[in-house]
Design a binder for this molecule. Structure first.
Ligand SMILES: Cc1cc2nc3c(=O)[nH]c(=O)nc-3n(C[C@H](O)[C@H](O)[C@H](O)COP(=O)(O)OP(=O)(O)OC[C@H]3O[C@@H](n4cnc5c(N)ncnc54)[C@H](O)[C@@H]3O)c2cc1C
Length: 477
């Protein structure tokens, strides 16, 4: 690889100020993943300003044989957006490409550049009185391109689907540096293979997403939040069914939080005042979006909760009285990850299961973990409405977390993922595979599916320059 020549060419393509190297800048924010589990070494960080510049960067890297790591907000949780340690990869950071390109209110679509922060896209929709219903705790920093590359989920999947369901069109730079403009705002377009779906969830391994057209919805007239204590996981599943029957499409969120997870929020962020967490093993947060009126929403919510209390699937419940209270309840839910980080390193499992099997999965796996590693603490929470648990394992009280992870992480992952497989679940619900799980995937994915994935990668990126070793590990099989 001709490094000096490539760096000069990249500077010419995007401007010297937008090619960051170790000599000219501190690259640590681009080289270290969000959870600080991996620090790589980039040849350079390139920050193109538009699609044509992205295409030029990709062509130059392809000619020089340098691989590329697409990067948005670098909030991904599976080590997919930072370079390896060899110092030869170019990080292609999209955050200069942050413009809202078009909002079509009649078509209910928003078109943005890939580096647009999710929150900025949400704000653009809101200013037009519309809703972009993709919401996650990282929304201030993550980008729409990153959301689509990881097929992000978040808190409203139950009602509106994953990022995939919210995307109508994409613009992509291929590994050969060509631009595919598929920025369609069409809801119906059966003209052959749907390339959009190939790139969504591909984690930067098939091309660089440079822009996207997203679906918008009318803003609900009222959005109410309730918080309920539930006596068991089965009761939480029963409450979910009850809420689906009573609220129909109005049910836009159903989050589960285990007692230990809420206890960590109470311990590390006492000002948040976590309600009802001490009496029952779990709490749930429900959101009801209503297109009629706040009074209508409240009445339906209160009826639902009365039935739930009478049937015993909830033992206590509160409905937020104001927007501020509602935001606080969501803030508690979204603070679990931070509280967990404050408590120390932990082993994260972002898994999905058929909702009906979650109680049995947890009973069996909790017991297995307790028998195998007495004293381990489970931070169990997640998007129960989507069958998605963040089933995280924390070291026993008083045990050094780093040492614990070093000794037990591989065995704990195998124990949890084997259980997930027995219950017909997935080892990655919404965070993706990245490099963190690339070597684990072949144990749990069908060989036929893996072979098809490799064929697609080979067909689209025969030079293997786009995020190599992510999703599909190198030198396996
Ligand atoms: C506090 C917190 C909460 C989170 N909550 C959720 C949640 O509820 N649901 C959920 O699904 N995820 C969640 N995440 C993780 C989630 O995957 C990311 O937040 C987000 O989707 C990634 O966007 P990003 O711009 O930061 O991408 P990055 O982290 O920069 O990149 C992620 C992956 O996408 C690729 N990529 C990035 N941009 C592009 C592009 N333009 N073209 C091609 N490939 C690209 C990268 O190569 C990498 O493989 C959370 C993360 C944090 C830190």
């Amino acid at each position: 690889m001709k490094t000096p020549g490539l760096l000069k060419d990249l500077q010419q393509a995007v401007g010297t100020a937008h090619v960051l190297t170790r000599d000219s800048a501190d690259l640590s924010a681009y080289e270290t993943d969000w959870r600080k589990r991996h620090t790589g070494r980039a040849l350079a960080v390139v920050r193109p300003g538009n699609t044509e510049e992205v295409a030029q960067v990709v062509r130059l890297c392809a000619q020089a044989g340098a691989s590329l790591v697409p990067q948005g907000g670098n909030t991904g949780l599976v080590v997919g957006s930072v370079p390896d340690t060899l110092g030869r990869q170019v990080v292609l950071n999209s955050t200069r490409m942050n413009q809202v390109l078009a909002l079509d209110a009649a078509n209910l679509t928003l078109t943005v550049q890939a580096g647009c922060a999710l929150q900025a896209a949400q704000n653009a929709a809101e200013q037009a009185g519309l809703l972009l219903p993709l919401s996650l705790a990282a929304e201030g920093s993550c980008t729409v391109g990153g959301n689509l590359a990881t097929n992000a989920g978040g808190t409203q999947v139950l009602r509106f689907g994953n990022a995939r369901e919210l995307c109508l069109g994409l613009e992509v730079v291929t590994p050969q540096g060509e631009v595919w403009n598929g920025l369609s705002g069409l809801r119906k377009d059966n003209t052959g293979y749907d390339l959009r779906h190939l790139y969504i969830g591909s984690e930067g391994t098939l091309g660089v997403i440079t822009a996207a057209t997203l679906k918008l919805y009318p803003q609900p007239v009222a959005q109410l939040t309730a918080w309920a204590a539930v006596p068991s996981l089965q009761a939480a599943v029963d409450l979910l069914g009850l809420a689906q029957r009573h609220l129909g499409a109005g049910l836009s969120g159903f989050e589960l939080m285990g007692q230990f997870a809420l206890g960590l929020v109470d311990k590390h962020f006492p000002a948040l005042r976590v309600p009802l967490w001490q009496t029952q093993p779990h709490c749930v947060l429900l959101e009801n979006s209503d297109n009629e009126s706040e009074a209508h929403a409240r009445e339906r919510f209160e009826t639902l909760l009365e039935i739930a209390l009478a049937q015993g699937c909830a033992t206590d419940a509160v409905v937020a009285e104001s927007l501020a209270q509602s935001r606080n309840l969501w803030h508690i839910r979204e603070s679990i990850s931070m509280a967990q980080a404050e408590e120390g390193l932990n082993i994260k499992h972002d898994i999905s299961l058929p909702v009906s099997r979650i109680p049995d999965f947890c009973a069996e796996t909790d017991a297995l973990l307790a028998r195998t590693l007495p004293g381990v603490r489970l931070v169990n929470f997640g998007h129960l409405g989507d069958g998605n648990l963040h089933y995280n394992v924390q070291a026993p009280q008083g045990v050094d977390p780093k040492q614990f992870l070093g000794q037990h992480e591989t065995a704990i992952n195998a124990l949890v993922f084997d259980a997930v497989a027995r219950f017909n679940g997935s080892i990655s619900a919404e965070h993706g595979i990245g490099s963190l799980k690339a070597h684990t995937l072949p144990h749990y994915k069908s060989p036929v599916a893996l072979a098809l994935m490799r064929s697609i990668k080979q067909a689209l990126d025969p030079q293997n320059i786009m995020n190599p070793g992510r999703v599909l590990a190198q030198n396996t099989d």
